[in-house]
Design a binder for this molecule. Structure first.
Ligand code: SF4
Ligand code: SF4
Length: 125
């Protein structure tokens, strides 16, 4: 059986486009999984991944080169918003466009990660 590579492994755009907020109860110090040193307090109830608060935005846990090869250094411990962010969604498309990457607009793109970078795509929607 063939092994398909997720488009995310050659993207990473959403990890350097959105603020990443999650419940403080997902922090290791409060019984969760996210390392405290990679997050900062956002308000009394939520923490924010370091690196996603200011521009240029890039989560401190993101390793690699956006649009080429990336990985999440805390993949098994990442927060719920990271786990639930939908590949090939509108948000995914917005993040990809901001880095000159074409949206994933069909199931083959999502499965094979073959969508080419298109320099002429607009960078804002
Ligand atoms: S922007 Fe989309 S394709 Fe890129 S890493 Fe995020 S979910 Fe995956
Ligand atoms: S914790 Fe991992 S999946 Fe979540 S934004 Fe950072 S690099 Fe991306």
């Amino acid at each position: 059986m063939a092994t398909f590579m997720s488009a995310c492994e050659s993207c990473g755009a959403c990890c350097a486009f959105f603020r990443v907020d999650f419940s403080i109860y997902e922090l290791q110090s409060l019984g969760g999984t996210v390392p405290d040193e990679l997050a900062e307090e956002f308000n009394g109830n939520h923490a924010r991944m370091c690196g996603t608060n200011a521009m240029p935005r890039r989560c401190d846990a993101l390793a690699g080169t956006i649009g080429k090869q990336v990985g999440c250094s805390i993949y098994e411990s990442r927060s719920t918003p990271c786990r639930e962010f939908p590949e090939a969604s509108e948000g995914c498309a917005r993040a990809r466009l901001s880095y000159g990457l074409a949206p994933l607009n069909n199931p083959f793109d999502a499965l094979f990660g073959t969508t080419p970078a298109i320099d002429s795509w607009p960078t804002t929607l």
